[in-house]
Design a protein around this ligand. Structure first.
Ligand SMILES: [Zn+2]
Length: 431
């Protein structure tokens, strides 16, 4: 791979000392594998990343993420054995959660491979930024600046170009740069970009790169709450005709679970024989990307590892929804994915043969395909807060939950500044 010369290294090193002197009373690490821009090092559990000995020749990318959760939550998550996910850094964002904004925790040494962006892990360093819609749809100036300081230090050490790549612009033959998770190139398929929204619409690469390039002294900070209040839904409203008994959440078609599992699979789903497409090594058409939602199509054994020899941690009922966090691994003729099932609070490996894609992911923008009820909670018995007209734009903020045979998504509706739950069959992705 041809590398671009790193032009600004000498300029940057001059300003770094005083920058890092701000804001931390903790002793700083000075090893090759830890950044001085970090306030502390808290090790991720060793089961959540791969030991390696990478250096500047291997590290080409810095991948930007958002946590969709609290700072402290992300940190403890990466410390949880077999969480199967990690990042090199986590940076706090909010004034009102766990730490003051701009606090930096390093969790994985640079030379090791954190698990944060499948397809790009081995060539990148991952940075998580605290963010959750419930806490505020913005990134603070402090968060941008702290992250920029980390990025500048990393770029200098590992010769990563100070380029920020947007959609479709980064390919495998690129010499590297800075990139949002959703646009990170896949090692195995250069033009196949993951279909996720991380780091989300509130992340402003312009502001961020200004701090990266100007060494944190970028002045005019209009950064903090640039929330794009999406005025599209507009005033249409009333045509939604509250009657709307046509569509809404009228049951039967939802669910998404079961039937193909067919043979009731009392032995727990992963019972091999149909290994089918598992094939050896041929991971041609993977149905999942990291962090995708997946639903069990039969009662399914969640195992400690990717193979039939591993113990069963829990049998997940058909219709359980988890999140893809690792994989795939092929063993026993089956392709296995590591998942987190938050409703069961388990981290397990499951056979791909009994998993199917969940339609949406958190922070995805969707549109209603009919007049659709937004309810207080996920289920037919809950109060209808409003009937949303067909064509209303919403953002997924939670879910899915399965109730009354329907899969429900928690949504935020900017046009009405409304939070509610709606039925999946009447939503379509805008991505
Ligand atoms: Zn991400």
């Amino acid at each position: 791979m041809e590398r671009r010369p790193f032009l600004t290294a000498t300029v940057l090193s001059a300003g770094i000392g005083e920058l890092y002197a701000v804001g931390s009373s903790t002793a700083r690490a000075h090893s090759r594998t830890q950044a001085e821009a970090a306030d502390r090092f808290v090790a991720a559990d060793s089961t959540n990343y791969s030991g390696s000995s990478r250096d500047a020749a291997d590290i080409d990318w810095i991948v930007i993420h958002c946590t969709v959760g609290r700072y402290a939550g992300a940190i403890s998550h990466f410390q949880t054995p077999s969480a199967n996910v990690s990042a090199h850094y986590v940076i706090s964002n909010y004034e009102h959660t766990d730490y003051a904004p701009g606090h930096v925790t390093q969790m994985v040494p640079h030379e090791d491979v954190a698990w944060h962006a499948r397809g790009s892990n081995t060539s990148s360093i991952g940075i998580e930024h605290e963010w959750h819609r419930n806490y505020g749809r913005y990134f603070t100036d402090e968060c941008y600046r702290a992250s920029a300081a980390v990025v500048r230090e990393l770029a200098e050490r590992y010769d990563v170009p100070l380029e920020y790549y947007e959609y479709g612009s980064a390919h495998c033959n690129e010499s590297g740069g800075i990139i949002g998770h959703r646009h990170a190139p896949q090692d195995s398929a250069c033009n196949h970009l993951p279909s996720k929204s991380c780091p989300g619409p509130d992340w402003d690469p312009g502001i961020f790169m200004k701090y990266v390039r100007n060494g944190g002294s970028g002045n005019d900070s209009d950064g903090s709450d640039s929330s794009d209040s999406s005025d599209d839904g507009g005033d249409s409203s009333d045509d939604g005709s509250d009657s709307s008994n046509n569509g809404g959440d009228s049951s039967n078609n939802g669910g998404g679970s079961s039937d193909d599992g067919g043979d009731s699979s009392n032995n727990g789903g992963d019972s091999s024989d149909d290994g089918g497409d598992g094939g050896d090594g041929s991971d041609g058409n993977r149905p999942f990307e990291m962090e995708d939602g997946a639903v069990t199509t039969a009662d399914l054994n969640g195992r400690e590892g990717p193979g039939l020899d591993y113990g069963v941690v829990e049998t997940l009922p058909a219709g359980s929804v988890g999140r893809i966090m690792n994989g795939p691994e092929t063993n026993d003729g089956i392709r296995w994915w590591g998942l987190h099932f938050s409703t069961h609070d388990v981290w397990v490996w499951c056979s791909e043969n009994y998993l199917s894609r969940v339609a949406f992911h958190v922070d995805e923008t969707v549109t209603t395909t009919t007049a659709l009820r937004a309810r207080q909670a996920p289920g037919l018995g809950y109060t209808v807060k409003r009937v949303l007209p067909q064509g209303t734009t919403e953002t997924i903020v939670n879910g899915p939950e399965t109730n009354d045979g329907i899969r429900w998504w928690g949504l935020y509706v900017p046009a009405y500044d409304l939070w509610g739950w709606s039925a999946e069959p009447y939503l379509v992705s805008n991505e």
